[in-house]
Every structure is written in C-alpha cells, then in structure tokens.
Design a protein. Structure first.
Length: 361
C-alpha cells in the first residue's frame, strides 16, 4: 500500500484546484495504479491453506445453523451471498433472545483485512469464527459442544478427515475451515481495475469525472486507498445514531459490550464507543474502521450502524463535512459538491463492483 505521506501529497495536489471553475483532471491509469493498485494473491497462513477440501468443508459449515445454540443462525444468516456477503438491514441478526447494536460488515475481500470488525477487536480471520460461536449476542454456543455435535453427524467426520488429513473434529479446525472458505470471497476485476490496467474506455465519462472527484475535490482517497480501497485505520466521522438511539434493547447491548470489553465506566456509556472499546483510549471514542469500497454498491445500508440507506445519502453526509461529534476527525470538511458532481461520484463508486474469483472448492 502506498505510504500515507505520499498519498497525502498526491491527494492534496490533485485537490488544490478544487475551488476553481475547472473540473478536476482524472488521474491517468498509471497515477491510479500508484494510488490504489490491484489486489494480489490472497494471503494464506502457513498452517491453514485454502485447499479445495478445506474450502468445501468451510462452505458447508458456513451454512450450518447447528453452529448456533438454538439452531436458528448460521454464518450465512448475516453474510448472505445475494446481499454482498452482508445483510441488508441496519442492525444485524442476533441470537433469539438478544439484540445486536451494529450492522454486520461484509466479508467481501475479508482475506485482505486486518484487524477485523468495525472496532478491530479481532486480529485474524482464523480466530473470528470461534468468537462468533461463543458470543452471547450471536450464536451463544460453546465451540467444543459444536465440535462434539458435528462428530456425531454422518457426513462431517469424513469431510474433516479429507480437509485436515487426520481424524477428529475440534473447535480450532472448525474455525480454520470457515476461514479457508472466507478467504475465497475475493472480488476484483471491476471496470475501475480495467481502467488501471490501461483501458481508458472501461469507465464512462461520468465515472471518469467521479474518479477525478474521488481523488480531488471530494478527497475520498485520503482514507479509501490501496488495493482494497481502505487505509485499514479508524476514524470518527460523526455518524448519526438515529438507527439505535432510543432503542432500549440496543442500548443495553452497547452497555453489555462495554462491560465485557473491560471499560471501567461501562455503566455510563451512552453511545457505541467503537475503537475505544479495544484501546481504552478516550481519543479513540467513536472511531470505526474504514471499510473497503470494493463492491460498495452491493452492501447497503452503510456505516457501522446502517445510518444511511443509499450511496446518495452517504455522499450528502460527506459533502456536509460529516456529522457532529466532539471527537470528529479533522480530515472532514464541507466539500461544496454540485448535484452533478454528486451523481458523477456515485457513478464511479458503482464502477467499483467486481466479480468473484474462481472458487477453489
């Protein structure tokens, strides 16, 4: 990924004339490659390669509701292939007697993301499935009980033997198989990728103008850069909380989460503190991960709490300089986009939709 200082210099240079009457020039394919680049090979842990057998097992586990204590939820319940491997609702599904407080993040290109989740509380993909299984808000189950249950199934012992080359079903192997499958959820080959490869006709005139705005006047590339279109950092942009404010079950979950994350004054928490839950640093309050913009048109609603239903609403929010919050990032400022510029920017964002790489399983 391009160094932050270099990126800042490029974006500032390209946005320097944003206040003039002249339209921002779009970056050439070579300049776009320098700012963004292509997704490369999928990162693979040495102890958990995505072999065809392991991917097949992981795909089966991903769709199995027996991973949840009452058999009502599977991984696929929150990460639906027809909804961008997320779910099209502001607050994600939860265990039957619980209530979530966030929108589920997409699994598209999750192999390239680290740390994981909106607040970065999970460091690697291989440990995430067990955390979800044990989480009282999500599957509310014991991973070892899940392993024992699957061991009595007619099909699973052979699937695990084929995937791992040894007998036995264990909780860590369940997690490894699911992670091996999730690493196959790689989407690229968008029309913007083709533009970066030198095909200047891959983008329409509106999309090309949108690209110019993305790296210039709108300065989206300040945070959405690199091959996966994210800086992998955490920012407070003042996202409104109307999707959760006043909902007692959601606010109860926010308090419970603050308590289990070890926040000293959890009883007084009145908002989702995001990254602060992990670092305990007040300056991280309200910061959430910059999500990738690849296939962004497929994963509405947007933000950690699903505050915005459409890309147009997201653009309006950034155009206004973000929301109100005492800890809001200094990177945000009113943009002064015209209606035509907003339409061009949205057109470019829709050109970031790619297709899934072949499934090795």
């Amino acid at each position: 990924m391009i160094r932050a200082a270099t990126l800042l210099a490029i974006v500032l240079a390209m946005s320097a004339c944003a206040g003039s009457d002249d339209a921002d020039p779009p970056p050439s394919p070579a300049e776009a490659r320098a700012l963004f680049g292509q997704l490369g090979p999928v990162p693979q842990p040495e102890d958990n390669p995505s072999t065809p057998a392991r991917v097949r097992l992981g795909r089966t586990l991903f769709a199995d509701p027996r991973l949840s204590a009452d058999g009502s939820l599977s991984c696929q319940s929150c990460h639906r292939p027809d909804q961008g491997f997320a779910v099209a609702q502001s607050i994600s599904p939860s265990f039957a007697t619980r209530t979530e407080r966030r929108k589920v993040p997409t699994l598209i290109n999750v192999a390239f993301k680290r740390p994981l989740l909106w607040d970065g509380r999970v460091e690697d993909l291989d440990s995430q499935p067990l955390a979800t299984i044990a989480d009282r808000i999500h599957f509310n189950n014991d991973p070892d009980i899940v392993a024992a249950d699957l061991a009595r199934d007619a099909a699973y012992p052979a699937l695990f033997r084929e995937a791992f080359g040894v007998e036995g079903i264990t909780a860590p192997r369940i997690a490894q198989a699911i992670a091996a499958y999730e690493r196959t959820l790689v989407f690229d080959g968008s029309r913007f990728d083709r533009y970066m490869e030198g095909d200047t006709a891959a983008l329409t005139a509106a999309e090309t103008r949108g690209l110019a705005l993305f790296v210039g006047k709108a300065a989206c590339a300040m945070c959405h850069n690199g091959p996966n279109l994210t800086d992998d950092r955490f920012h407070n942009i003042g996202v409104p909380d109307h999707t959760i404010r006043g909902r007692a079950p959601v606010m109860a979950t926010i308090g419970f989460d603050a308590k289990r994350m070890g926040l000293a004054d959890w009883e007084s928490v009145t908002e989702d503190l995001g990254r602060q839950l992990v670092t305990k640093a007040p300056e991280d309050g309200g910061k959430f991960r910059t999500m990738s913009l690849r296939n962004v048109a497929q994963v509405a609603p947007y933000m950690h709490n699903g505050a915005f239903a459409t890309l147009a609403q997201v653009i309006d929010f950034y155009d206004a300089g973000g929301g109100a919050h005492p800890n809001k990032s200094g990177l945000l400022r009113p943009l002064g986009l015209t209606p035509a510029e907003k339409a061009d920017l949205e057109a470019f964002l829709r050109a970031l939709t790619g297709s899934r790489r072949p499934d090795p399983g």
